[in-house]
Design a protein around this ligand. Structure first.
Ligand SMILES: C[S@@+](CC[C@H](N)C(=O)[O-])C[C@H]1O[C@@H](n2cnc3c(N)ncnc32)[C@H](O)[C@@H]1O
Length: 234
């Protein structure tokens, strides 16, 4: 099965790089991967029926009002969000996938911002913060900080809604050993990148969020994926 963001058939020898624990270097490498992968990124959405089914799961979640889509990528989810929202602001650090998203979703009420989600200062708060296949890329050391940022971006009563790869999806990735959970991704041009990838278990993630005071429900969906809705402490 083709992992999200991975390219099948480009099986070359890894350029020699050690797997270390330098979070900044790994975050930069992840971003370089997504910049280079922009033209290949949508392939799994065309090839995987379970992924297309996952897009439909969004209909089960309370999307409304003004939505921030974190790490919007090529905009696979943006039009679906826009169909139910007053506005959608898609944020992504990489120009290349954002260019695809802009071409795909040129609707009223949809805007895109190129920014690092860990640095960006939102101009306002949102009713919903949505993120697809982003949480798994947040290093464990930054997980609490990410959820604090989400809480700071939500209006009172707002909700975080997210989908991602669950633990079964690890079987289809080239999982590397190291201090930080990593997978190796290969692009069609033979380029190889290490990408931080945490396959969150639904129950364990629910427990973590609950422990931080969130009201959270995360569940397995569509086979290998997880989906959740979470509201921060008042
Ligand atoms: C797995 S893709 C998900 C794209 C889209 N949400 C989807 O599900 O199709 C992860 C995205 O995160 C973006 N990204 C990586 N690091 C980022 C950062 N620090 N701030 C914002 N976006 C980032 C990448 O450019 C990439 O588009």
């Amino acid at each position: 099965m083709v992992p999200i963001g991975a390219t099948p058939g480009a099986d070359r020898v890894l350029r020699s790089r050690d797997v270390g624990s330098d979070d900044d270097a790994l975050l930069a490498e992840r971003l370089a991967y997504y910049r280079a992968a922009a033209t290949e990124y949508d392939r799994p959405y065309a090839e995987r029926a379970d992924l297309r089914a996952l897009l439909g799961v969004l209909d089960e979640f309370p999307v409304s009002g003004d939505v921030l889509e974190a790490a919007c990528g090529t905009g696979q989810w943006t039009a679906r969000l826009a169909a139910r929202a007053r506005s959608v602001t898609g944020v992504d650090a990489a120009a290349e996938p954002l260019a695809v998203a802009r071409a795909r979703c040129a609707a009223d009420g949809v805007r895109f911002v190129q920014a690092d989600l860990f640095e960006w200062s939102p101009p306002r708060r949102y009713d919903v913060v949505f993120f697809a296949f982003w949480l798994s890329h947040v290093p464990p050391a930054l997980l609490a900080r990410w959820w604090e940022r989400v809480a700071s971006m939500l209006v009172p009563g707002g909700a975080a809604i997210f989908v991602d790869d669950g633990p079964p999806e690890a079987a289809f990735e080239d999982v590397l050993d190291g201090d930080v959970p990593l997978v190796r991704r290969r692009l069609a041009d033979g380029g190889e990148h290490r990408v931080v990838k945490v396959f969150h278990d639904a129950d364990a993630l629910t427990d973590v969020l609950t422990g931080w005071g969130w009201s959270a429900r995360v569940r397995p969906v569509c086979g290998n994926f997880v989906a959740g809705v979470a509201r921060p402490p008042a």
